[in-house]
Design a protein around this ligand. Structure first.
Ligand code: ZN
Length: 238
């Protein structure tokens, strides 16, 4: 972004690598370097080569939450088949008092957003009385569809931790390219717990929202993507 941070509202860009339909159809081969992601943004989510875990990008560091629950920062050369990042700069901050589950949290955010038609990067820092996440194990070829993989996904729960929800809310018209609605991942402050968020109960959350009006889509440089039938995923959803 060529704008000086803070001088220009909504100046951020959503940088997306590959499409959710391609991922759901089994395009798990890593095609983009994590080092390339962090040149495009310091905040985001995704997965890794062979679908090896959940990605959380926070403050410029890419973390991998593996299927065994372990969390570690990754090297610049590790590859990803799908990721979405932005340079996070909050346009709106909301401090809530009380305890909220995931649906309540989303409702609280929804009623404060200007509308359903732009993209939002969402960062929520909070004490978590309860967090439930999932990750996914590395897959072997021939790659199964994502809907098959998540049927026996490892699920993790923890209580009384502190951490950050990292993710996006996308408009409905993005269907096929990305996931409409909320898609959040979690990482604990100590970087020992994380994953794709399934449920939570958070206390006194501090919510930061970045309004985004630009989308940059980069498709994989060849590989399975060029020939895969993306119409096959009709009706599937995560
Ligand atoms: Zn996810």
């Amino acid at each position: 972004c060529s704008f000086i941070s803070g001088c220009c509202k909504d100046s951020e860009k959503l940088c997306q690598f590959s499409t959710i339909n391609a991922l759901m159809a089994g395009c798990y081969q890593g095609q983009f370097k994590c080092g390339d992601l962090t040149r495009m943004g310091d905040f985001g989510i995704g997965t890794f080569d062979k679908l090896d875990g959940e990605m959380v990008v926070l403050e410029g560091t890419v973390y991998q939450v593996k299927a065994d629950g372990s969390v570690c920062p990754v090297s610049k050369n590790l590859l990803t088949p799908f990721a979405v990042v932005t340079t996070f700069s909050a346009d709106r901050q909301i401090r809530l008092k009380g305890t909220y589950n995931l649906l309540e949290l989303q409702k609280q955010i929804d009623r404060r957003l200007p509308g359903e038609n732009i993209f939002y990067a969402i960062r929520i820092d909070a004490d978590a009385a309860y967090i439930r996440t999932r990750s996914v194990p590395a897959q072997q070829k021939p790659y199964p569809k994502l809907t098959e993989v998540v049927k026996d996904q490892p699920v993790f729960e923890t209580t009384d931790t502190r951490g950050t929800l990292v993710g996006f809310k996308c408009p409905d018209y993005i269907l096929g390219l990305n996931i409409p609605g909320y898609h959040l991942h979690f990482i604990s402050d100590k970087k020992i717990f994380g994953g794709h968020l399934l449920e939570c109960r958070v206390r006194d959350p501090v919510i930061k929202i970045d309004y985004i009006r630009q989308l940059e889509l980069t498709l994989p440089p060849g590989g399975d993507f060029d020939s895969i039938d993306l119409r096959m995923t009709d009706g599937d959803s995560l």
